[in-house]
Design a protein around this ligand. Structure first.
Ligand SMILES: Cc1cc2nc3c(=O)[nH]c(=O)nc-3n(C[C@H](O)[C@H](O)[C@H](O)COP(=O)(O)OP(=O)(O)OC[C@H]3O[C@@H](n4cnc5c(N)ncnc54)[C@H](O)[C@@H]3O)c2cc1C
Length: 585
């Protein structure tokens, strides 16, 4: 097979129909993180390409509602004082239940204001105050109104901005390419393989650096605000390549998801003054967080709602009410138009007139691919950023508004590191890419030839229900072990099943089958991490170990694959300005 590499061109080897592409940097993911990286790489004169299993504008970032945190100080605090990056960092570390690495938090909070202005200069249309400055609203766990927003469609606004910049630069994007594996050579990541969904062909990608920006894994849970595409593929392929995952047991449950569909009702709704009421019409957050009330951090509010429901003070079906009626039509129409529309379309409730039924649902993956402060993984040449990574700025519980911030701040900073390293490297060896493409081809053939008759979507349903029931808001040893056994059983079941659709072209069923294989691996990692952490911290609440235990567990969980088994070890948390203390809200 003869292959001549060109920088930005597809190289087809006619003899075997293997397509191999070369780019300096392969960016896997077309959400806010991936696109921000792509822009930076392009501006440095490197040839970076974006791969995404959906059109970039369908990436989950587009659904982000409430906003992005930065201590612009445009709205004073309750006592008239002005916000600062130090206060932002303090709230973030406290919100994280002290598990966040404080060097990364400091970096993110220092960079936040310039990042908001940078997005504005690129074209993001932030909502404004009467005086013309960028508007900021209160958010959970924040000491100041710090969250900059574009009504309740912030992600939509920001993602379109970055995509326009990508188009403007002519950055190559491989849309609807499903990445299946990372390729290594001499201990270095040199590229990846991907299925072109339209044709079913497997392509190889060779590069000097690969960045994973593949988003979260929320869909391993059944009550989730996440898009169906949030299946943790990046986590799974990193794990397969021997890269450790960090703090995977910390999964955020958002307090207010629409009862029935679990579509997000943004924290911005409470930021604008919305309140939570139980079935007796009581403002129950008074009892759980007397100071912060409805705007306590998400772990606190989600637990409180769950407790109200468990103790019979929720509505029978399993929800409480989010009341916005007192805000008035004008404010709701200006600040929360999307929330109103969703409530009307999916629950038949107009928040201007009636309270909205809400219940907690899975929302965010705090854990992820273990990276250092530059976004580098343990595998040279492989980087990760955004929700799929764990750098770790969110620790055991993320504050709302900090994730959009993380995507663009670290998108830029990690890109800078890649650029620095890239300039020192030579092109890699193409042979391992060819071998990897053939391995993926063989694997697909083997899966499609299996005879198993059971519908594999049942495996997906069983997994996501079991994860919510056994690794949900409240956890204990017995139910978690039951959950782990169920995952292992489902893994064995899936290994005999096959998608009904045997075609190669546009076979979304095959893609979902491959996603599910990875999801079951991720579910297993979450399970092992949660069982091993015998304390309660942030989102990880164990009824059998109700207290935080800094002596034994002020450390990051590290999970890695060895001889096909998940192994758990730990590494220290980077403390700094803020010493761990009890969280009071
Ligand atoms: C409903 C909702 C609202 C939210 N609102 C806010 C908010 O207001 N403020 C805030 O700070 N945070 C918010 N968040 C969180 C925030 O939106 C996300 O954490 C963030 O957008 C993730 O961005 P990302 O770039 O890391 O990943 P994503 O935007 O999820 O992008 C992932 C990309 O990876 C690609 N990909 C994945 N797997 C593969 C594969 N195998 N092959 C090829 N491509 C692949 C996808 O196609 C996609 O392009 C919200 C989350 C949800 C669920």
């Amino acid at each position: 097979m003869t292959v001549s590499l060109k920088h930005d061109d597809e190289v087809v080897t006619a003899s075997s129909l293997v397509s191999i592409h070369y780019h300096d940097v392969i960016i896997i993911g077309g959400g806010l993180t991936g696109l921000r990286v792509a822009i930076q790489v392009s501006d440095a004169g490197l040839d970076g390409a974006v791969l995404s299993k959906v059109h970039p504008l369908r990436s989950h970032s587009v659904a982000a509602q409430g906003g992005m945190n930065a201590s612009l100080g445009n709205v004073p605090g309750e006592d008239g004082t002005t916000d600062s990056w130090e206060m932002h960092a303090y709230d973030t570390v406290k919100g994280s239940d002290y598990l966040a690495d404080q060097d990364a938090v400091e970096l993110m909070c220092r960079e936040a204001t310039s990042t908001v202005y940078e997005l504005e200069h690129m074209g993001t249309v932030w909502s404004r105050l009467e005086n013309g400055k960028i508007a900021q609203r209160p958010f959970g766990g924040a000491g100041f109104p710090r969250t900059c927003y574009a009504a309740d469609r912030t992600g939509h606004n920001a993602l379109h901005t970055l995509y326009e910049q990508v188009l403007d630069r002519g950055i190559p994007t491989y849309e609807e390419f499903f990445v299946t594996s990372l390729v290594k050579d001499n201990g270095r990541c040199i590229g990846c393989t991907a299925i072109e969904i339209m044709t079913g062909n497997v392509h190889g990608f060779l590069s000097k650096a690969v960045l994973l920006a593949t988003g979260g894994f929320g869909r391993i849970f059944n009550r989730s605000t996440n898009a169906l595409i949030n299946t943790g593929d990046g986590h799974a392929i990193a794990l397969d390549a021997g890269v450790p995952l960090k703090d995977m047991e910390f999964v955020q449950f958002h307090p207010t998801t629409l009862y029935g569909t679990n579509i997000l009702m943004s924290e911005g709704a409470r930021g604008e003054g919305g309140i939570l009421l139980n079935s007796k019409g009581e403002r129950f957050m008074e009892h759980y967080a007397p100071k912060s009330m409805d705007l306590a951090p998400r772990d606190v509010v989600a637990r409180s709602i769950e407790q109200e429901i468990k103790e019979g003070r929720g509505h029978e079906e399993g929800y409480v009410n989010l009341d916005l009626t007192h805000l008035g039509e004008d404010r709701i129409m200006e600040r929360l138009p999307g929330i109103r529309q969703i409530a009307m379309d999916f629950a038949g409730v107009d928040p201007i007139k009636d309270p909205v039924p809400v219940q907690p649902g899975q929302h965010y993956s705090m854990g992820g691919i273990d990276v250092d402060i530059h976004g580098a993984t343990l595998l040279p040449g492989l980087y990760a950023a955004g929700e799929c990574s764990c750098i770790s700025v969110h620790g055991a519980n993320r504050l709302g508004g900090n994730s959009l911030l993380e995507t663009v701040v670290f998108g830029r900073l990690v890109a800078d590191k890649i650029i620095e390293e890239n300039n020192k490297l030579a092109t890699q060896n193409i042979e391992p890419i060819k071998i990897a493409v053939h391995e993926v081809e063989s694997k697909i053939e083997e899966i499609l030839e299996r005879k198993g008759a059971e519908n594999f979507f049942k495996v997906k349903d069983d997994m996501s229900k079991s994860m919510f029931n056994n690794f949900g808001i409240y956890r204990d040893d017995q139910s978690m072990h039951e959950g782990l056994n169920e995952i292992k059983k489902l893994q064995r079941t899936l290994s005999n099943l096959s998608p009904n659709n045997k075609n190669r072209a546009v076979n979304q069923t095959l893609i979902q089958f491959l996603e599910l294989e990875g999801m079951l691996k991720i579910a297993e990692v979450v399970a092992y991490g949660a069982i091993a952490r015998r304390e309660s911290r942030g989102s990880h609440t164990r009824t059998d170990h109700p207290d935080r235990d800094d002596n034994r567990f002020l450390k990051h969980t590290i999970a890695f694959l060895k001889d096909g088994n998940i192994n758990i070890t730990y590494k220290p948390v980077k403390l700094g300005m803020f010493k761990p203390k009890e969280r009071v809200y």
